[in-house]
Design a protein around this ligand. Structure first.
Ligand code: HPA
Ligand code: ZN
Length: 325
């Protein structure tokens, strides 16, 4: 009954997706040629051969250099439209997509071109039957001052944003480092989410911080919260969503974390499945459903619950959610 076709057609939201993580080798090559950027490879096969990761750090070491091909507003538009087209084919009705402005502004790209290119694509995604919103992510291995400066330069474009997030290397970069910038983002009316990557030292303390000190609306990854029943209870009481990414997990920690995801689902946490960086991990969101169904033997009820959770944990308005649920 849970066929691949069913899992692809199932209406769903995608809530953990890095637009820069959707850069397929073909588009990377096209943009490298268009912008005259030397990426060190000259064929799709050569690019694909560099996509080998066994940790977050080794993934990030390929992910950031690739962004050199993104230069003009049109490049950001083209990248996002290619993703929205694939999302539509994966049953995605609504997406809240991350982007990493500091990975571009630190190379001299204007934040205006990043935000306006992505938001023009988000508007045009409606023509594909996908509504799209943007989450500005701060790079946690950059300083708090850099995050603050980024927020300040983005606030004139706040109408194009639904929230802020926190990604990149978590080691020695705890949530508390960004308490001030997240408080300011909340005052500006933005929703809050932060990555709590699995398998990082001190990770359960970071989950405690995001729930108790920052007061996030969602947690990205964070499935190791199952180690601490009190924190699970707090997250469930607050309706905090968990944006989990099974195939990504299987790359960066050699484990899909299926038991943790299924446990959170069974306990009533608002957990759903997402693709994270699909061009690099070789699976868009529907294939994450396929992979977890296969691994964990999910029932049809489980799968429908995951898809419902994706709408409930989204930042659509109550009225908009009613259209889907
Ligand atoms: N974790 C941290 N940083 C990232 C990720 C992730 O899953 N994807 C892109 N940047
Ligand atoms: Zn992520």
């Amino acid at each position: 009954e849970l066929t691949r076709d069913f899992l692809y057609a199932l209406p769903k939201c995608e809530l953990h997706l890095h637009l820069e993580g959707t850069l397929e080798p073909e588009l990377k090559l096209e943009l490298a040629v268009r912008n005259g950027v030397d990426i060190g490879q000259s064929t799709v096969d050569e690019i694909t051969a560099t996509y080998q990761f066994d940790s977050l750090a080794s993934f990030l070491g390929v992910y950031y250099p690739a962004m050199n091909v993104l230069v003009a507003e049109q490049d950001f538009y083209d990248l996002a439209m290619a993703y929205f087209t694939r999302a539509a084919a994966n049953g995605v009705r609504h997406v809240e997509a991350f982007f990493d402005p500091q990975a571009h502004t630190s190379r001299g790209v204007a934040i205006d071109d990043v935000i306006l290119g992505y938001s023009r694509a988000a508007r045009d995604a409606a023509g594909l039957g996908v509504s799209a919103a943007l989450i500005l992510c701060f790079l946690r291995d950059f300083s708090a001052e850099s995050a603050l400066a980024t927020l300040t330069s983005a606030l004139p474009f706040a109408e194009h944003l639904v929230g802020v997030g926190l990604d990149s290397d978590e080691r020695d970069n705890p949530p508390a480092k960004f308490a001030e910038v997240f408080a300011l983002a909340r005052e500006a009316g933005l929703k809050l989410t932060m990555h709590c990557d699995i398998d990082q030292v001190g990770s359960i303390e970071n989950i405690r911080q995001v729930l108790e000190d920052i007061g996030v609306d969602r947690i990205d990854h964070g499935t190791n919260i199952v180690e601490n029943p009190e924190l699970v209870a707090l997250a469930i009481e607050r309706g905090v969503g968990f944006t989990t990414c099974p195939v990504s997990n299987s790359f960066v920690s050699a484990d899909m974390k299926a038991d943790e995801i299924v446990s959170l689902l069974a306990q009533g946490a608002k957990v759903m499945l997402n693709s994270d960086d699909p061009a690099y991990f070789g699976a868009y969101v529907a294939d994450n459903y396929v992979a977890l169904v296969e691994k964990a033997g999910l029932s049809p009820d489980d799968v429908v619950r995951l898809a419902k959770n994706s709408f409930e944990a989204s930042w659509l308005s109550a009225d908009e959610k009613l259209r889907y649920l």
